[in-house]
Write a protein that binds this ligand. Structure first.
Ligand code: AMP
Ligand code: ZN
Length: 470
């Protein structure tokens, strides 16, 4: 099937661009992952759905995809200004556990949540604490090239040394120089950021996670982990980087700065950012409410697929307003969709469509066209509904299309595997149907057993027989 080119909105160039891979047939994707000090809430979960759709779309285009999702288990401070406590250390203290126990626990829950949401696992799950060596090496490289300076609390990246710092977010560095109005401590510019932070020798409690480095005992900054780990697994220059939109300004701007300064090459070709899941018009967060976890929703009788359907109902670059009422709507729609697909399956199991059906090919092309337009998942989802209402298609075609679309939507519309019933089994079922019509019950029972011996089950419905795999 001939597909349209895939277009993606690139935050770096601020326009929709036709996707071109660096290496023919291969795409590397890095997705900013969880800070594992607490549960990932449903807002966080939204930011992993569009990369999942992206991967599925790329695979339809014939690409081999390698995805990395990092696990931030050190260095993410409570303030983006390189101040405050390390979120992991704070959670460990609060829960009276080791930082390792905390990170292992929340990482495990996160992986389970992704699985429940039918979000495919990445190829690599690198943890920041297991890549300290790589991060130190990267900082050493930056130091050698003259991009760093030391303050009393750490090693910092000097953003004034880069001509294009802030190009992702259009940050005007000159307006942000350290000055009276901006508290920057010993930083030279407000935009400078920590690469390595020293452990506080005077702290009442010693940090649980700290390492020796050429500059002193401490821990890496949050941004350096993503540069070091993405480059380790995907190379110094790779295709796509994804994350939530709040990372544009600081985290991703800093990733670009330090990576490009270290290698002298472009870092990432396409930057994709997801909009927030909101509640009462504000980003879902601990302080603002709407902060459900997936398990909490499950306890209230919502399924992870209800949430997936809800996420699919909006473009990933548009805010999505969460409320239980909105989720109810998604739940009802998904149930209706599944009921329709199950009824269509009955028709399909009696008369499946032929192998190269023009209607299916055309409709699938149309569906892909929406996704190829910057992953317009909500339009693709509404197109599925249009297909189900389209009188020009027969029920078997509709079923085949629903199942085919679902390979990308991932809603589990047809939980039972699609099976092709062999012609001899179908013939037997037809003979049995005739025997039933003629009230030859013994013959009908014998044929049922024959069908079972061939590995299939025959069931009777108002519209005729249904064949399933045993
Ligand atoms: P964190 O665990 O805080 O590092 O966040 C993990 C991911 O979730 C990041 O890509 C964030 O941008 C994203 N994220 C956080 N809050 C929201 C939200 N309300 N809606 C969508 N994405 C979010
Ligand atoms: Zn990151």
């Amino acid at each position: 099937m001939k597909l349209k080119p895939l277009k993606l909105y690139n935050t770096l160039t601020k326009k929709k661009e036709t996707f071109k891979p660096i290496k023919k047939g291969f795409v590397g994707i890095y997705t900013c992952g969880p800070t594992v000090y607490w549960y990932q809430h449903i807002g966080n979960l939204r930011s992993y759905l569009f990369p999942d759709i992206l991967k599925r779309v790329l695979k339809v285009h014939g690409y081999k995809v390698k995805q990395v999702i990092n696990v931030t288990d050190v260095g993410h401070l409570t303030s983006d200004a390189d101040e405050g406590e390390d979120k992991m250390e704070r959670a460990a203290k609060k829960e009276g556990k080791s930082a390792k126990e905390i990170s292992n626990f929340y990482f495990k829950v996160f992986k389970e949540d992704l699985k429940k949401m039918n979000i495919e696992s990445p190829d690599y799950w690198p943890k920041a604490t297991e890549h300290i060596k790589e991060q130190i090496e990267l900082i050493k490289k930056l130091e050698k090239k003259g991009y760093t300076y030391q303050t009393s609390d750490g090693i910092y990246f000097d953003t004034s040394k880069l001509k294009d710092y802030g190009k992702l977010a259009n940050v005007n560095v000159s307006g942000l120089k350290a000055g009276k109005r901006v508290a920057v401590g010993e930083k030279k510019s407000k935009t400078d950021f920590a690469l390595w932070k020293f452990s506080d020798a005077d702290a009442k409690e010693k940090r649980q996670q700290e390492w020796k480095s050429p500059w002193g005992v401490g821990f890496p900054g949050w941004h350096i982990e993503c540069s070091a780990m993405s480059m380790k697994y995907l190379g110094e220059h790779f295709d796509i980087h994804t994350g939530g939109q709040e990372h544009i300004q600081i985290h991703h701007s800093n990733e670009i700065a330090q990576s490009e300064a270290a290698t002298g090459k472009p870092f990432v070709n396409y930057w994709l950012h997801g909009e927030w899941l909101t509640h009462n018009g504000e980003k879902i967060s601990k302080s603002k409410g709407g902060l459900y976890t997936l398990s909490e929703l499950e306890k209230q009788d919502y399924s992870p697929m209800d949430l997936r359907y809800f996420f699919l109902s909006a473009h990933y670059r548009k805010p999505l307003s969460f409320s239980l009422e909105n989720l109810d709507f998604a739940k009802t729609s998904l149930k209706r969709l599944k009921d329709i697909v199950s009824r269509l399956k009955e028709a399909w199991s009696r008369t499946p469509t032929g192998p190269s059906n023009k209607n299916i090919e055309l409709a699938f092309g149309e569906f892909m066209g929406f996704l190829d337009d910057d992953l317009n998942m909500s339009r693709a989802l509404s197109y599925l509904w249009e297909i189900l209402r389209d009188d020009r298609l027969n029920n078997s075609e509709k079923y085949e299309l629903a199942v085919k679309f679902d390979e990308i939507l991932g809603l589990g519309l047809d939980k039972e595997k699609k099976v092709r019933i062999p012609a001899d089994v179908k013939k037997l079922a037809e003979i049995r149907e005739k025997a039933r019509e003629e009230k030859k019950w013994e013959d009908a029972d014998q044929i049922r057993r024959d069908i079972e011996n061939l590995g299939y089950i025959v069931e009777d419905s108002e519209e005729g027989f249904i064949l399933k795999e045993k």
